[in-house]
Design a binder for this molecule. Structure first.
Ligand code: NAD
Length: 361
């Protein structure tokens, strides 16, 4: 296994160093292991508040620059997600370059060694393209892994807690916008009925919300429709007549094309990086009088869940901490109004203060 550091890689792409300087990343490490075909990158954005924690994503990136860009962006998001949630964690992320259908245990084992080489400065977890089985194999090579299966002392599937946090963010937003956190008869569109989306639907049913769903996977869509008797919106989802849009599929759905179509009053969902361009589309939503609950604030339930493995929290402590998302959402919305800035900027401002103030103190 060859581990090279950023100084070598900078010769490949000097933009990486500029980006790292601008966004204040601490470190990026590349690993290649020809014996298993592993090509991986670990990015550590910031460790002021604690070790950098963030999942590993396996994706068929077109090239190393694309993978580097993704890992840098995702690791930065983790720093601010942990900070705004009040967790003693830094932000990090890893990517494995390749088709997740072509992975094997030897490759995962090699990746485990790569994580171990960071001496606990980076803690990994499951993300897109990785499975619970992969986590088990990685755990054989390093202790610096969370989100392990329950039988291995882990916290299990995080999506239940993530959905609960999203509900808290949604209710906080409703309270701020409409004066009541009740979602009864509110038309809520859940886009993406996967792990988080389905759990969110279950919670929304208890709130007596009027639920609409959309998914690119027709089989899933029809199954969920039958199981919960909710309504399907197949076409023109962005211009549909709804009160709350909950993006629970992929990122980037809030952009130049979609925002002008939106008729909803609130956007509150689980997907990471919902704003296609962070500092353009946050303002566009504000100009359109649409309340945006920042994704990295309200989808932190999963992170709280894996954090419990490090701290030995009980399930009720996890849920209590996740419930705080309700109050944090309201305080961010108030700050945004008071300072006349977008909700995204208000949330980032608070998170940055926590990360950099503590360090400077
Ligand atoms: P998942 O893969 O289980 O579900 C995603 C669903 O979105 C799938 O059903 C998929 O078919 C659907 N989808 C994909 N593209 C779509 C599109 N263009 N339009 C409509 N539907 C589409 O994933 P998940 O674990 O439920 O996570 C959902 C989102 O929440 C992701 O963006 C993830 O990064 C984010 N998130 C998840 C967690 C967690 O605990 N799982 C935590 C934080 C953030």
């Amino acid at each position: 296994m060859k581990i090279c550091n950023i100084k070598e890689i900078a010769e490949i792409d000097s933009n990486v160093l500029d980006y790292m300087n601008r966004k204040q990343h601490e470190k990026v490490v590349y690993c290649s292991d020809s014996s298993t075909g592993l090509k991986a990158i670990i990015a550590i954005h910031n460790t002021n508040l604690g070790p950098a924690l963030g999942g590993t994503r396996m994706w068929a990136y077109n090239n190393i620059s694309e993978a580097t860009k993704d890992v840098l962006r995702l690791s930065r998001g983790m720093t601010y997600k942990a900070a705004i949630t009040g967790l003693n964690l830094g932000g990090g992320k890893a990517v494995i370059i390749g088709d997740s259908n072509n992975k094997n245990d030897a490759m995962m084992r090699s990746f485990g060694k790569f994580v171990e080489s960071q001496n606990g400065q980076y803690i990994t977890a499951e993300d897109v393209g990785m499975s619970t089985h992969d986590m088990k194999v990685i755990f054989e090579e390093t202790n610096h892994v969370v989100g392990k299966p329950i039988e291995l002392g882990g916290s299990g599937d995080p999506s239940v807690v993530t959905a609960y946090g999203v509900l808290m963010g949604m209710k906080g937003s409703a309270k701020y916008k409409w004066g009541s956190d009740k979602l009864e008869n509110k038309k809520v569109l859940v886009q993406g009925v996967g792990n988080v989306g389905e759990n969110l639907i279950q919670l929304l049913l208890k709130e007596n919300a009027d639920i609409y769903i959309n998914d690119v996977n027709e089989v899933k869509l029809n199954n969920i429709n039958k199981k919960y008797n909710v309504k399907i919106i197949e076409k023109n989802i962005f211009s549909s007549d709804i009160d709350i849009y909950a993006p629970c599929a992929l990122g980037g759905t809030l952009n130049e094309k979609t925002i002008p179509q939106l008729k909803c009053a609130i956007v509150a969902g689980a997907a990471n990086n919902q704003l296609a361009k962070e500092y353009i589309h946050d303002e566009m939503l504000r100009e359109n009088n649409i309340l945006y609950a920042p994704d990295f604030l309200i989808n932190a339930g999963g992170l709280i869940n894996v954090y419990s493995e490090l701290k030995g929290f009980s399930n009720s402590q996890v849920m209590k901490k996740t419930e705080n998302i309700f109050d944090t959402t309201i305080s961010i919305l108030k700050k945004s109004e008071k300072e006349n800035i977008s909700t995204q900027k208000a949330a980032l401002k608070i998170a940055k203060e926590k990360v950099f103030k503590k360090h400077n103190a």
